[in-house]
Design a protein around this ligand. Structure first.
Ligand code: GDP
Ligand code: ZN
Length: 293
C-alpha cells in the first residue's frame, strides 16, 4: 500500500504527498469508524485510482496534534514575541513554553520588532534572551523590517514541520510573508484586534521552505492548561527537570517538600526566580481548574 503525508485539506479532499507526486484523496477506511479525522501532517496509507486521485485507507499513529491550527506531527514551534508593541512578557512566554513542551514540540523563541528598541530596551531584551539560552532554548532576535531579519531563523526550519505561534500583533504574518512572499498574509494590527477574519476562510497547508515545512497560518495565540496535570508541569521546565535529580524525593513538585534542589537553585540564582514564580502560578491555576465531566 503506498504511503504519503497530508499537505493540505480543502473541501473534503486531502492532498497526499508521496515523494514527488501529490494525490487528491477522499477519506475512506477504518479511521472513519474510529471517528478519526485526517489532519494535515498525518502519515497515511492510500490507494490510488490513477496518478492524480485516490482514497485514504488508514492513518498512522500521531506523535502529537494541535487543534488550532489543526495539524498533526509537529516537530517545532516558533514562538513569536515582540520586544515591544505588545511588550515582551516572560509570564506569557513561559505559558507558551509549557504548552509546547507538554505536546512534545521543540520551541524556538523568536523576539520580533527589535528595530523599534532604543539601546536600554535592547539591553533588557538581551538579558532575557541570555536567561532562556542558559536553559537551553534557542532565542532569535529579529525584525521583519531588517534586510537580513530572517537569516537566523531560516536554518531552524530545515527538515522540520514548524508552526508559528504567539499573540496577535507580534508579527507572525510579517515573518511568514518574509519567509515566503507568495503567502501574502494580511498584516494589519487593527483587523487583528477586532478578531476578524484574517485567516477564517483559509485552510491549513504545509508549505515547503528549504527542506522544511511550515504551516501557512499563524497558530495558537491564547492558552489555558486544560489538559495538563500538576505532576506533568515540572517536566515542562527543563532547568527544573535537571535540578530535580538532586531533590530528596522522587516526584518532588518543588513546592513545600524538604531538601528540594530546585528551591535551592532559585535561592542561589541558578534558576531564574521569575521562572519559578510562573511555575507556582501555573501549578495553582491547574489545581484550581474545574473538573470536566
Ligand atoms: P500577527 O498578528 O502576529 O500576524 O502580526 P502582524 O504580522 O500582522 O504584525 C502586526 C503589526 O506589526 C503590523 O502593523 C506589522 O507591520 C508590524 N510589524 C510586524 N513585525 C514588525 C517588525 O519586525 N518591526 C516593526 N517595526 N513592525 C513590525
Ligand atoms: Zn524539588
Amino acid at each position: 500500500m503506498p504511503e504519503g503525508k497530508i499537505m493540505k485539506a480543502l473541501s473534503g479532499f486531502y492532498y497526499v504527498k508521496d515523494e514527488e507526486k501529490v494525490i487528491q484523496c477522499r477519506g475512506r477506511g477504518v479511521f472513519r469508524k474510529q471517528k478519526l479525522t485526517p489532519l494535515v501532517g498525518d502519515y497515511v496509507e492510500y490507494q490510488a485510482e490513477n496518478d492524480q486521485e485516490g482514497y485514504i485507507l488508514d492513518l498512522k499513529s500521531r506523535k502529537n496534534e494541535l487543534v488550532r491550527p489543526p495539524i498533526a506531527n509537529i516537530d517545532q514551534a516558533v514562538l513569536v514575541f515582540s520586544a515591544i508593541e505588545p511588550d515582551f512578557s516572560t509570564s506569557l512566554l513561559d505559558r507558551f513554553l509549557v504548552l509546547v513542551e507538554s505536546h512534545d514540540i521543540d520551541p524556538v523563541i523568536c523576539i520580533s520588532k527589535m528595530d523599534l528598541l532604543n539601546d536600554a530596551q535592547t539591553e533588557k531584551i538581551n538579558r532575557f534572551a541570555e536567561d532562556y539560552r542558559k536553559i537551553g532554548y534557542p532565542v532569535i532576535l529579529s525584525s521583519a523590517k531588517w534586510e537580513d531579519g530572517m537569516d537566523q531563523l531560516k536554518p531552524w526550519l530545515e527538515d522540520q514541520v514548524t508552526v508559528f505561534a504567539g499573540q496577535s500583533g507580534v508579527g507572525k504574518s510579517s515573518i511568514l510573508n518574509a519567509l515566503n512572499p507568495a503567502l501574502e498574509l494580511k498584516t494589519d494590527a487593527i483587523s487583528n484586534s477586532l478578531g476578524r477574519g484574517k485567516h477564517t476562510t483559509r485552510h491549513v497547508e504545509l508549505i515547503g521552505i528549504g527542506s522544511g515545512f511550515v504551516a501557512d497560518t499563524p497558530g495558537f495565540s491564547a492558552l489555558e492548561f486544560t489538559e495538563l496535570e500538576v505532576d506533568q508541569l515540572p517536566l515542562c521546565f527543563p532547568e527544573m527537570v535537571k535540578a530535580s535529580e538532586d531533590c530528596k524525593f522522587r516526584g518532588c513538585l518543588h513546592l513545600n517538600e524538604p531538601k528540594c534542589a530546585v528551591k535551592e537553585y532559585v535561592e542561589n540564582g541558578e534558576i531564574m526566580e521569575y521562572r519559578y514564580q510562573h511555575y507556582q502560578q501555573f501549578h495553582d491555576e491547574i489545581k484550581s481548574r474545574k473538573p470536566r465531566y
